[in-house]
Design a protein. Sequence first.
Length: 256
Amino acid sequence: MEKKLTTSDGTKIAYDINGKGKTMLMIHGVTDCKESYDSDLSYLTEKYQVYRYDLRGHGNSDHPKKQFDLEDHINDGIELIKQLKLEDFVLYGGSLGSYIAQGIAVRIPERINKLILNVSAAKNPASALAETAKKDNIPEKTSERREYWIKHLTHDPKNIASIEKSGFQKNTLDAEDEYRALKSITAFDFRDQLNKIDCPTLITSGIYDPVNPPAKGEILHKLIKNNQFSKFPSGHLLRLECAAQYKETVLDFLRK
């Protein structure tokens, strides 16, 4: 059942809880929603109580009309963790969610026992995706925009049909909210702070990822003390393109 909490600036954040066991918090990527992780719940909830939430400006959380940024996302995550009293948990983030996860992990490392960073980077300029979408004349209809992003972020066209059936962008944004969400990926550089992370960390990269190629994963691999770095033959939607292989990698990491 979905619930909502209110941050200190009045933004309502939607979240849900699935399963029983050890605690895990999952953070989705830009223009996506917590339901993107529907396909992962079947195996994660066997041993974990999984918390998922919609980022501000996404899904069923509030969609502010004022532009927000990465710092707002990080603060929302920390407030959610503190309000829900999450301790000794696995923090899992993909793409934008992985940048947020890094921002959280370097500020409250004592609460996190394992960290998963999927298709991530330690440093990036402000995202160009918003302007790319504009130049490509991204469609106005939400269903057609979803198709655009799936094709743009998938390496093997044979995987598109299965990804279209997944929870990816299940709660699709309208054009105005999508542009604002893409603009929220402001420039960041966590390189000088990553030595604060001492929990076991899984870093995963797609070999053909046009957004965060493996070279960016290598930087994380060099700067985080205790980590495992795995590469997959995929684009940016690694978790969905290489679902079976990725599942086994995650489960093996969690078992250690």
